[in-house]
Design a protein. Sequence first.
Length: 411
Amino acid sequence: MRQSKLFTKTRREAPADEVAKNAQLLIRGGFVHKEMAGVYSYLPLGLRVLTKIENIIREEMDAIGGQEIRMATLHPSEKWKTTGGWDAVDVLFKIQSRTEKEYALGQSEEEIVTPIAQEYALSYKDLPVAIYQIGQKYRDELRAKSGVMRGREFGMKDMYSFHETQEDFEKFYEIVKASYLKAFNRCGLEVKVTEASGGAFSEKLSYEFMALSDAGEDDILYCNACTHCVNVEIAKEKEGNACPKCGKGKLMKARAVEVGNVFDLGQKYPKAFGFTYKDTEGKEQTPIVGCYGFGTSRLVGTIVETFADEKGMVWPEGVAPFAIHLVSLGKDSDEISKTADALYDDLVRAGVEVLYDDRDMRAGEKFADSDLLGIPKRIVVGKDAVNTGEFEVVNRATGEVVKTSRAKLVG
Ligand code: ATP
Ligand code: MG
């Protein structure tokens, strides 16, 4: 894409009321537009990042047999009254229509997915089944000071699985855990898995996926030798203690962001809706349900917070809006511009995702914008490139510069 055609522009200052680093940088780069506290619109560059994250988790869920659907987010109040969530869930947005009917905005989708599964999972032959969606959620969050990391409207991938036995559910639970770790890894993040209490959903244990980041709202203790990790809030353990799991490592304390979790919901929701299936002997049984959340838009913010430096954002390759930022130092249609144009065409033809800064601006301004946008590799086309036929490729994260021939760049 030619940057001269991009309708968004960078800006020097973020809005004065925006305190979170992630939102400040995303707004300055033109990735998101702030509508109000906790509510952001995604602009072309931001949407490209969000879509990359969505596609990563979509691929991982499909790989373990998840089936994607898109559920309604405007919910009839009756379903929430059926489960008790209407009164119990404090973050639920409630709406009254002009005909005085009541609705809820989806903050999670158990109330919708359970009746859907109930309609189709009639016998043991229809189980297990795992259904997921990627979409918007609405929560009346009190604290909305963390930018896109804690939205009142935000993106989530939520999956729900229905099983005949606890054993079958627990097997699947482990499979999802492994696929989540793969997804976070593809997003460039180091994530620890804590065991935590299920909170409002159930008394049962759950896993929380914690990305190490100072912008987080949780404190965790993790072992520096094995995978043991706990949330400080619930832990009896202390920083510096020997690891109770492996005995070899030491417990380290860190601030972390919850980027995903998996819950054992037991039979609560099928019981509320009277959802039973016929077992092998034709007897009615209640399925066991698991739910699996993955914060797609929270990840956008977490990635910014984790990798940004004093110059701006730094995107890991797997989620970057573009792979290459091609910066031309040419003017009008001089030799430099022609060389840059030709390289841009070649890169596009080779299937490389490239943002081409073809704007008529000073080099210093272009480099500052490029640093702010944080595309992993920058190719600068100046006089040298025209004279030598070689291009400087700058790594945004490390600042390392390598000279590369055109043939190598376009593969
Ligand atoms: P938190 O403790 O941070 O409020 P939660 O326990 O309420 O999270 P879930 O209801 O399980 O989270 O939602 C699943 C995932 O959705 C979370 O792990 C997180 O990544 C994301 N998420 C939850 N609330 C928000 C929010 N307000 N804004 C952005 N992402 C969110
Ligand atoms: Mg919450």
